[in-house]
Design a protein around this ligand. Structure first.
Ligand code: MG
Length: 387
C-alpha cells in the first residue's frame, strides 16, 4: 500500500460571484494523491486543496512535501493493521526534518496534502470522512449529522456596493442561511457602518450578522470600530488587528463586550497558545476561527482543539475558517460549533455539493466515501484535470 503519485496545480480564485471581478491574484493549490489501492478496478485517489486566502503552495508541495510521501517506506505510511493509509503517520512523514517554529506557509502546503490523504483513507475505508474521522478519534457521531453553517461574503463591491451587498445577503437568506458574515475595513468606518446597516436590513436582526475586518486595524481604528459597532450587538467581530498583535487584541477585548473572533491567520499550536494567553480573549464567549487546512491539516488542528479545550474553551467556540466541504466533515466528527460557507466566493469551492440543502442554517455532510468533491461539479471538473 503506497502513495504512487502526487499532482498539484494552481487555481485562480475570485472573492466575487462574478469571477471576472478583481481577485488580487489570489490562487489556491489543488492536489491529487494517488494510491496503489484499487476500488472498482481503479486506483483510489484523494483530493485536497489549500483552503482559501493564502495563495497556492506549488513550490513547497512539489519540492518538499510530495517527494517525502512518494519516497517513504510503505510501513511508515500505513496503519498498524496494514489495512489503510494512516493520515497521522503520513503527516509525520511529511514533517520529517522540519524544525519547530518558522511556520510561514509550509503549514498550508502540508494541510492541502493532508486533506487529500484523509480523502483517500476514508475512500479506502469506504466511509464518508466524518464517520472515518470520528471512528479514528473514538468519537460518537450521528448517522446523518447536522452541521450548523453560516454564509460568508460581503466583500466590498467595486461598483454599486450597497445594492450588491443587499442582494448578496438576501440571496443567502433565501437559500436557507440564518447567519451571515461580511467584510469591513476595506473602506472608511462611516461607509462600513452603512454596509452593516444594509446587511442587517436583510436579516431578522443584528444578532445574525458578524463582521470581519481582515486584520487591518491598528489600535486607534480598532477601538473606533469597536465603539461604533457595539450598539449593534453583532454575532461576532472577527480578525480585528494584526493576528500577532496580542496587546492590541487585548485592548479591543477590554473595550468591546460582544463576542470577538480570532485565530484565522495563526497556523500553529504554539501561536494558538500565545493567542489564548495574551490576547485577552474571553473563553466563555469569544470565537476561534482557526482553519484546519492552514494549521498543518487535521493533525495540527486537532492538537489546537485538544489543547484549548483542556484550558477551558469549549468545542462550541470553534467555527473553522475556510468555507468548504471538508470542514463540514471536520465539524461533524469533532463536535464543533459549526462551519463557515462561502456560497458565492471562491468558485469552485463556493457551493457544497449537488443536492445539498441548507435548512434554517443547518446542513449535512455528503454521505459517500471520502470528502465528496465528486458531488460538486465545478470542483470535480478541476480535480479531474490532475490525474
Ligand atoms: Mg476572517
Amino acid at each position: 500500500m503506497r502513495i504512487i503519485d502526487v499532482n498539484e496545480r494552481l487555481l485562480p480564485l475570485s472573492r466575487y460571484a462574478d469571477r471576472s471581478s478583481v481577485t488580487g491574484g489570489l490562487t489556491t493549490s489543488i492536489v491529487a494523491v494517488t494510491t496503489d489501492i484499487l476500488r472498482d478496478g481503479r486506483p483510489v485517489v484523494g483530493y485536497g486543496y489549500a483552503s482559501v486566502g493564502r495563495f497556492g503552495q506549488s513550490g513547497l508541495i512539489r519540492e518538499r512535501f510530495a517527494p517525502r510521501l512518494l519516497s517513504a517506506a510503505q510501513d511508515l505510511l500505513i496503519t498498524e493493521a496494514g489495512d489503510n493509509i494512516d493520515p497521522f503517520r503520513a503527516w509525520t512523514v511529511m514533517m520529517t526534518g522540519e524544525k519547530p517554529g518558522g511556520h510561514g506557509e509550509r503549514c498550508v502546503a502540508v494541510g492541502a496534502l493532508d486533506m487529500a490523504i484523509w480523502d483517500a483513507a476514508a475512500k479506502i475505508a469506504g466511509l464518508p470522512l466524518f464517520r472515518f474521522l470520528a471512528q479514528r478519534l473514538n468519537r460518537a457521531v450521528d448517522n446523518r449529522p447536522k452541521v450548523r453553517v453560516y454564509a460568508s461574503g460581503g466583500y466590498l463591491h467595486p461598483q454599486n456596493d450597497l445594492g450588491n451587498l443587499a442582494d448578496e445577503i438576501r440571496s443567502f437568506v433565501d437559500s436557507g442561511f440564518e447567519d451571515v458574515k461580511i467584510k469591513i475595513g476595506a473602506t472608511d468606518l462611516k461607509r462600513d457602518l452603512q454596509r452593516v446597516e444594509t446587511a442587517v436590513s436583510q436579516l431578522p436582526d443584528s444578532k445574525h450578522l458578524s463582521v470581519d475586518a481582515m486584520n487591518v486595524y491598528g489600535l486607534e481604528q480598532g477601538l473606533a470600530a469597536a465603539s461604533a459597532l457595539a450598539p449593534f450587538g453583532l454575532r461576532w467581530f472577527e480578525d480585528v488587528c494584526d493576528p500577532l498583535d496580542f496587546p492590541v487584541q487585548a485592548r479591543i477585548a477590554e473595550a468591546y463586550a460582544s463576542p470577538l473572533a480570532a485565530g484565522e491567520a495563526l497556523f500553529s499550536l504554539a501561536e494558538a497558545k500565545l493567542l489564548d494567553r495574551h490576547a485577552g480573549l474571553r473563553r466563555v464567549k469569544d470565537i476561534l476561527v482557526f482553519d484546519p487546512v492552514h494549521c498543518y491539516g487535521l493533525p495540527g488542528y486537532i492538537d489546537i482543539v485538544d489543547h484549548l479545550t483542556s484550558l477551558g474553551w469549549t468545542r462550541n467556540s470553534f467555527w473553522p475558517h475556510g468555507g468548504h466541504l471538508f470542514c463540514l466533515h471536520v465539524v461533524a466528527a469533532l463536535g464543533l460549533a459549526g462551519a463557515e460557507l462561502t456560497p458565492l466566493a471562491f468558485y469552485p469551492f463556493n457551493g457544497l455539493f449537488n443536492g445539498a440543502v441548507i435548512d434554517e442554517g443547518w446542513t449535512n455532510p455528503p454521505d459517500i466515501p471520502g470528502i465528496g468533491f465528486e458531488l460538486n461539479d465545478g470542483a470535480w471538473r478541476e480535480f479531474q484535470t490532475l490525474t
